[in-house]
Ligand binder design. Structure first.
Ligand SMILES: [Zn+2]
Length: 247
């Protein structure tokens, strides 16, 4: 027996895709990013002694600033993938991070799981607008919440001139309670060129407890120094500007 529901869903999908314009033409000429497994940039070059430490799910007030201070005490800088809705209330934190040489990236507006049916992915532009309004600049790098994305989401990032930023090392620091274990895990996996996933917040929640990372981070930095590897911002690792010329 025929499944009319599926036919209607397919027609709706094609209709929405046509509305997507850029994606449709991208499909036509083969330039659209359609891989469900395309995680974007996962690392930099392996032949230079640099890594990017990235911190997701803030801004998280004093915790975010404490992480920045620990980095600065060892002449390191970090990349903070910010949940857009935190910008309005914590604009001074964001400004301080930029003034102190850290890089900000886009980590969505509310940290949602991506909907497979959300063709336009308006969340991306909403978050860029929040950056523009608060800081007058727009990030080049987008890290999808949970590292999950759809082809539509990847196409939206491409249309906005942005790059998807993944990672090749994670400390599983959102689930870890032992700072020594966390530092040991990161230092065991890290290589020159690595992009390391860490968290200064949890899902953008105010006041999230990141004490385990605050204890582990000095050990991670000391371990990297012992390996002769410098923690730099993601744009320095990749040799490009971390902000777009225009929002
Ligand atoms: Zn996240």
């Amino acid at each position: 027996m025929r499944r009319p529901g599926r036919v209607v869903a397919l027609l709706l999908l094609l209709g929405c895709t046509t509305l997507g314009g850029g994606l449709w033409s991208g499909l036509w000429d083969g330039t659209a990013h359609l891989s469900w497994r395309d995680h974007g940039i996962a690392r930099g070059a392996r032949d230079r002694p640099m890594v990017a430490l990235t911190f997701d799910d803030g801004l998280n007030g004093d915790t975010t600033l404490a992480i920045a201070t620990i980095l600065e005490q060892r002449n390191a800088r970090g990349t903070f993938f910010v949940v857009g809705q935190t910008l309005a209330e914590q604009a001074p934190v964001a400004r301080q991070l930029i003034e102190r040489g850290h890089l900000l990236g886009n980590h969505s507006y509310t940290h949602p799981r991506p909907s497979r049916l959300d063709i336009r992915y308006a969340d991306l532009a909403r978050t860029q607008a929040a950056f523009d309004q608060t800081l007058g600049r727009c990030p080049r790098y987008f890290r999808p919440p949970y590292g999950l994305h759809t082809p539509w989401l990847a196409a939206a990032a491409q249309r906005a001139g942005m790059r998807l930023a993944g990672w090749d090392v994670t400390g599983w620091d959102w689930a870890e309670t032992d700072a020594d274990q966390l530092a040991t895990r990161v230092l065991g996996e890290v290589q020159p060129g690595s992009i390391v996933l860490l968290h200064d917040g949890i899902d953008g929640r105010p006041g999230a407890d990141r004490a385990v990372l605050l204890r582990a981070l000095p050990m991670i930095l000391d371990g990297l120094a012992a390996k002769g590897i410098a923690p730099v911002t993601l744009d320095t690792l990749l040799g490009e500007s971390g902000y777009l010329d225009r929002c």
